[in-house]
Design a protein around this ligand. Structure first.
Ligand SMILES: Nc1nc2c(c(=O)[nH]1)N[C@H]1C(S)=C(S)[C@@H](COP(=O)(O)O)O[C@H]1N2
Ligand SMILES: [Mo]
Length: 521
């Protein structure tokens, strides 16, 4: 009985030391080489498999995407430590199973158990995480990233296995077990030392975690482009932000490559300078997230510079029968759009945003710009464009978003703030934006009486078919009360935006933006 207790405690300590060391190693690999640790890869693997309504109810239950990310990684880390500790105890049970076994026999059992254990966990990890093993947060393209992760995972698991074996051997020599069983003396010094080592490793991994936490996306994921001072071109530091990641890629330009692969005659790999030396296009394009509710501000507009995707595709000579392109990001994010969209002259592999290199958060060094398609199609940190002859589903598409990802005609008020009352007889300038891809806005209409009558707004900045329009309307209220103001837009084909309110799921919200203005005498 006592022998077992000591063996299990020794196993627990060894498992703990080993899993903490493994955590330190995997976090270091994340920092230096951009290899995603299992705790980060598992949520990436699971998220697309969650049905969209379930996904949104999880977001609601846990208080948003950030909270859900924190919960996912946090519980993953905890589960990893628990599993590692249990692994050490299992090791002890296997080693000590036969009471009379010789020291050499016990060592042999331990060695084989650790080896088989490490290899089988590795193989299971590779099978389960296969689709996301293409991630490399330093920007290596998928075909280089995958072998690197495979080796990296083996290395981290080997660190665990070797540490369990050595730590166990070190604390629990056969003599020690015998001595303890016989004498029941004080806690052996080596166990105390191991505990100290575990503590030091816990501090080390805690430090690394803190360092990574400062790079986490929690402070900005879901950042909105709000305010009464919006401008037609959104400055980079006010451009809305959405990311699936806990820690966004920090791509090293020298490691980064863009591959054109799939159903092509000449697969090609481009470095950054190759792209930068090709003929380029500069265009303003508005991006909007599919989750942008009516009246919300997950929408922004920037001037993007980049290479036409169709030039890259032409250089690789597509085979007949291509229906879609699949974009892969350095974060193993994927999304798709029709081949015909890829061939449009405004679909870009962009490398500059408002005259500067694309900021890390917005997809440095290269992101896709896909005018008129919801934000998700504008893949950031893109590393591969794959031409496919059958339909494939991207990260959010797998959840059940879509199937239509075309941004519908939209309008929104952004000024004044409407939280302060307006005054009878004082003129106030109502301001807003309108977006009607890919036809362009023809006119914007305002109602000051809840939709009974409509007035034409003035167009201050017409925008383009792929970038938003800014409009205004000078209003002088003549009586006090509460007024429902509504805005709606019509595109250049004469199509009026839909009045019917729809939910964000599955293909984005529609409907008129309505605000209430309070007017006092
Ligand atoms: N690689 C990658 N690209 C991505 C995402 C992502 O998580 N990873 N998020 C998408 C989503 S949902 C949106 S709305 C836009 C947001 O781009 P922005 O943060 O530059 O505004 O990026 C898209 N591209
Ligand atoms: Mo999005």
């Amino acid at each position: 009985m006592k022998r077992w207790l000591w063996a299990l405690v020794t196993g627990l300590l060894s498992g703990l030391v080993a899993i903490l060391l493994m955590t330190v190693v995997s976090l270091t690999l994340r920092l230096l080489l951009g290899i995603s640790p299992v705790v980060e890869a598992v949520p990436d693997r699971l998220a697309p498999t969650i049905e969209v309504n379930e996904f949104l109810s999880l977001l609601r239950r846990y208080g948003g995407y950030n909270r859900l990310k924190q919960l996912g990684v946090g519980s993953g880390l905890l589960a990893q430590v628990v599993a590692g500790t249990l692994g050490g105890m299992a090791f002890a049970i296997v080693v000590e199973a036969r009471a009379g076994a010789s020291r050499a026999a016990r060592r042999r059992r331990g060695f084989w158990f650790a080896l088989i254990g490490v290899l089988s966990v590795w193989v299971v990890t590779l099978i389960v995480l296969w689709p996301v093993l293409t991630a490399n947060f330093r920007g290596l393209p998928p075909s280089w990233a995958r072998p690197l992760v495979i080796v990296g995972l083996l290395l981290t698991y080997a660190v665990y296995g070797v540490t369990v074996v050595l730590t166990y051997r070190w604390i629990a020599t056969r003599q020690y077990i015998r001595r303890e069983v016989g004498g029941g003396g004080p806690i052996p010094r080596r166990a105390v030392l191991a505990l100290g080592l575990g503590g030091a490793l816990a501090l080390g991994s805690g430090g690394l975690l803190r360092l990574l936490y400062t790079r986490a996306t929690f402070s900005y994921d879901g950042f909105r482009n709000r305010g009464v001072d919006l401008t037609p071109i959104t400055p980079n530091d006010r451009f809305y932000l959405v990311t699936k990641n806990v820690i966004d890629p920090r791509v090293a330009k020298s490691a980064w490559r863009l591959q054109i692969t799939g159903a092509v005659e000449n697969p090609r790999t481009y470095g950054f300078d190759d792209l930068a030396s090709m003929p380029s296009v500069t265009q303003a394009t508005t991006l909007m997230c599919i989750s942008n509710g009516v009246g919300d501000s997950l929408i922004s507009n920037a001037v993007w510079k980049g290479v036409r995707l169709r030039d890259l595709i032409a250089a690789s000579v597509p085979r007949p029968g291509v229906v879609e392109v699949v974009l892969h990001g350095a974060d193993a994010y994927t999304d798709t759009f029709e081949f015909s969209k890829a061939l449009e002259p405004t679909t870009l592999a962009a490398y500059a945003m408002n005259d500067v290199p694309i900021p890390d958060r917005h997809g440095f060094p290269v992101r896709m710009i896909v005018p008129g398609k919801f934000g998700e199609k504008n893949v950031k940190w893109v590393t591969r464009v794959e031409l496919v002859t059958e339909e494939v589903k991207g990260f959010y598409e797998q959840q059940g978003w879509g199937p239509d990802f075309n941004i519908p005609i939209r309008t929104g008020f952004y000024a004044p703030s409407f939280s302060d009352p307006l005054r009878v007889g004082a003129t106030v300038t109502l301001r807003g934006w309108a977006f009607a891809p890919t036809e362009g806005v023809a006119r914007v209409e305002i109602s000051l009486d809840g939709g009974r009558s409509w007035q034409r707004a003035q167009i201050d900045d017409p925008g383009t078919p792929i970038s938003w329009t800014f409009w205004s309307y000078a209003w002088r209220p003549t009586s006090a009360g509460s007024f429902q103001l509504i805005a709606r837009a019509v595109d250049t084909r004469g199509e009026m935006q839909s009045a019917r309110g729809t939910s964000i799921v599955p293909s984005g919200a529609q409907g008129y933006h309505r605000v209430t203005a309070r007017v006092v005498g």
